[in-house]
Design a binder for this molecule. Structure first.
Ligand code: FES
Length: 159
């Protein structure tokens, strides 16, 4: 059974996870209010099971996710960041998700300069009725990040 790990790791929680011989990623997810947040809610009300490693931050549109938020999350110890919003053509603010897509592309180029693996950043489109997709995405992301290992800044106070 996965163990919830706080985003701000303390030495004792890191030690405890290592002692259990099981790395549990801490994932920050910026999710659009109109689609992915609703999908997460649907997954919950549908009693779908997915790992508790994700911390949702609800935003009105993925277009408002400033790249600084992503970098700050990594610097403060996140093992992965997920940005998830409406499918292209469905954004409530016309093209916010397309702006997010451009920013993620640039972030993936910049992250290695900060020492972070670009595979730790993921962009997905999950509509309001796609609770199953939300649960599956979280499961897959957790497995992939477990395979990559802990974030480069985990357990360190970089800022
Ligand atoms: S309103 Fe959902 S991504 Fe823009």
């Amino acid at each position: 059974m996965p163990v919830a790990v706080p985003i701000h790791q303390t030495d004792s929680t890191v030690y405890w996870s290592e002692k259990m011989n099981e790395f549990e990623p801490a994932i920050i997810a910026f999710v659009c209010n109109w689609c992915t947040f609703t999908a997460a809610d649907l997954a919950g009300t549908s009693r779908l099971v997915y790992p508790p490693n994700i911390r949702l931050i609800r935003v009105m549109c993925t277009g408002m996710v400033d790249p600084k938020y992503v970098i700050k999350a990594f610097l403060e110890g996140a093992d992965a960041v997920l940005i998830s919003g409406c499918h292209p053509g469905d954004c409530h603010y016309i093209n916010g998700n397309l702006k997010a897509r451009r920013r993620v592309k640039l972030l993936k180029e910049i992250l290695p300069r900060f020492g972070f693996d670009e595979k730790r950043l993921r962009l997905t489109w999950i509509g309001a009725s796609e609770g199953v997709d939300f649960a599956r995405t979280v499961k897959e992301l957790v497995e992939e990040i477990k395979a990559i290992g802990p974030g480069e800044a985990r357990g360190q106070m970089v800022l």
